[in-house]
Design a binder for this molecule. Structure first.
Ligand code: FEO
Length: 135
């Protein structure tokens, strides 16, 4: 059963980005499933990698649209993306080197970050992009 769900409340008014966010949420649920299983440690590195790769590709896509459209909040937005990617990378490295285990509390931190980012930061571009015909 999915632990987090995409709802209209998370819509940023741009179809391509809503679809990316749905996929990201699907990957978070996959990570949660891996955590919940007995053999979680075997699955976590590959799921973390998939999540990290998809997150990077989504951020890049979003950043390209923002910069191409001269979005005024671009630099601040990109800084938040960069910080999250660095945190994810740090987490992957620590996990791979055996310096940490990925628990539910870490999972909750990641999901809270992504949900808050979509709701509070991504949604700021909705009106701006919609006015430029991007939906
Ligand atoms: Fe949808 Fe700014 O990430």
């Amino acid at each position: 059963m999915p632990i987090i769900k995409w709802t209209e409340e998370l819509s940023v008014g741009v179809n391509a980005f809503d679809n990316d966010h749905k996929k990201l949420i699907e990957l978070f649920n996959k990570l949660y499933d891996a955590l919940s299983q007995g053999e979680a440690n075997n699955l976590i590195p590959s799921v973390l990698k998939e999540l990290s790769d998809y997150t990077k590709s989504h951020f890049k896509k979003e950043e390209n649209v923002l910069v191409t459209n001269n979005y005024p909040g671009y630099l601040d937005h990109k800084k938040l993306h960069d910080e999250f990617v660095a945190n994810l990378q740090d987490l992957q490295e620590k996990f791979q080197s055996g310096n940490m285990t990925l628990g539910v509390s870490m999972f909750n931190l990641l999901t809270t970050w992504i949900k808050n980012h979509i709701k509070q930061i991504d949604k700021k571009y909705t009106e701006y992009l919609n006015l430029k015909g991007i939906r």
